[in-house]
Design a protein around this ligand. Structure first.
Ligand SMILES: NC(=O)c1ccc[n+]([C@@H]2O[C@H](COP(=O)([O-])OP(=O)(O)OC[C@H]3O[C@@H](n4cnc5c(N)ncnc54)[C@H](OP(=O)(O)O)[C@@H]3O)[C@@H](O)[C@H]2O)c1
Length: 274
C-alpha cells in the first residue's frame, strides 16, 4: 500500500513543484489549495486527491481532515504561507495579525487537526516550512521574520513533545523563485502611500529592486527546492532540519560567527538603511 502526503498551498511555487515529485516517488498526494481550480492541470490518477483548503478557516481544515480519514496518511507538509513586509513603524496590527493567522496559527491548526490521522501510521512525519528568516531577521520584513521565527519555535517544541512518535522536520529555504515576491508586493497594499514623505519612501523602492535582483540572480528554482524537501519526506529517518540554498546556509553561519555590530552593519548597508 502506498504512503500518502497532504501538502498545503499547492496552487503555485514550492507546494506545486512537490506534487509531481512526490507522485513520481510512489506516494499518493492530497494536493490542496484555496482555489482548487488552480490544480486542474494536475494529471488525474489513483494517487491524487484534490481538496479545497484555506489554512485560516477552521471549517475548511476540519472538512479536509474528514476527507482524508480513509487514507494511510504518512506525512503532512505545512507549506502554505506568504510574506507581509513593510517597516515596523508603518505596520498596522491587522497586517501583523493576518500574517500570523496564515503562517503560524494556520500551520498549528493544520498540525493539530491531522496529528490523529498521522499517528495511525508508523514512521509518520510533519514537515514545517519555515525560512532562513526563521533564524535571522532582515530589515523591512518584520512580520514575515517574526512569523517564521515562530514556526521554528513551534516545530522545535513539537519535536520535544511528540518527536519520538511523529518526526518533525523544519524546512528552511533561502530565496526560491516562486510567486512569493508577487504576493509580497500585493500584501503590502497601500504601504507605498503610507511611506510617502517618510524616510522609508526611497528605502522601499530600493528594497523592491534588491529583492527582484537577488531573486533573479541567486534564487533556486522551485523544483530544486522541492527535490530537497522530497528527500526528507521519503527518508527512512527524516532529518531535523533541511536548509535549502547556499544563501540560507551561509547567512546562518555568518550571523553565528560575526560580532553582532558587524552583522547589523552589513544588513543596514545592504538594504539602504544608513
Ligand atoms: N520563495 C521563497 O523565497 C521562500 C523562501 C523561504 C521560505 N518560503 C516559504 O515557502 C512556502 C511556499 O511559498 P512559495 O515560495 O512557494 O510561494 P508561493 O508561490 O506564493 O506559494 C504560496 C502558497 O501558499 C498558499 N497560501 C497562502 N495563504 C494561504 C491560506 N490561507 N490557505 C492555504 N494556502 C495559502 C498560496 O495559495 P494562493 O495561490 O491561494 O495564494 C500558494 O499556494 C511559504 O511558507 C513561504 O514562506 C519561501
Amino acid at each position: 500500500m502506498r504512503h500518502w502526503v497532504l501538502i498545503t498551498g499547492c496552487s503555485t511555487g514550492i507546494g506545486r513543484a512537490l506534487v509531481p515529485l512526490s507522485r513520481a516517488a510512489g506516494w499518493g498526494v492530497v494536493a490542496t489549495a484555496r482555489q482548487p481550480a488552480t490544480l486542474a492541470g494536475l494529471p488525474a490518477g489513483e494517487d491524487l486527491r484534490i481538496l479545497s483548503l484555506d489554512v485560516t478557516d477552521v471549517a475548511s481544515i476540519e472538512a479536509a481532515a474528514r476527507a482524508c480519514a480513509d487514507l494511510p496518511l504518512r506525512a503532512l507538509v505545512n507549506n502554505a504561507g506568504y510574506g507581509q513586509v513593510g517597516p515596523l513603524e508603518l505596520l498596522r496590527p491587522e497586517e501583523l495579525r493576518a500574517q500570523f493567522e496564515t503562517n503560524v496559527i494556520g500551520l498549528h491548526s493544520m498540525t493539530n487537526a491531522f496529528l490523529p490521522l498521522l499517528r495511525r501510521e508508523p514512521g509518520a512525519r510533519i514537515l514545517q516550512v519555515a525560512s532562513m528568516l526563521g533564524r535571522l531577521s532582515i530589515p523591512l520584513a518584520g512580520p514575515y521574520n517574526a512569523s517564521k521565527h515562530a514556526v521554528v519555535a513551534l516545530a522545535e517544541t513539537l519535536r520535544l513533545e511528540i518527536g519520538r512518535e511523529v518526526a518533525v522536520v523544519l524546512v528552511e529555504p533561502g530565496a526560491i523563485q516562486t510567486e512569493f515576491r508577487e504576493t509580497l508586493t500585493r500584501a503590502w497594499g497601500d504601504l507605498p502611500e503610507r511611506a510617502r514623505g517618510t524616510r522609508y519612501e526611497g528605502i522601499l523602492e530600493k528594497y523592491k529592486t534588491i529583492r527582484k535582483d537577488r531573486s533573479e540572480r541567486h534564487a533556486l528554482d522551485a523544483e530544486t527546492c522541492a527535490r530537497k524537501i522530497l528527500a526528507a519526506l521519503v527518508a527512512e529517518r527524516p532529518p531535523r532540519r533541511v536548509v535549502i540554498g547556499k544563501d540560507a546556509f551561509l547567512a546562518g553561519k555568518l550571523k553565528a560567527l560575526l560580532p553582532a555590530a558587524w552583522w547589523e552593519a552589513i544588513l543596514r548597508r545592504a538594504y539602504g538603511l544608513r
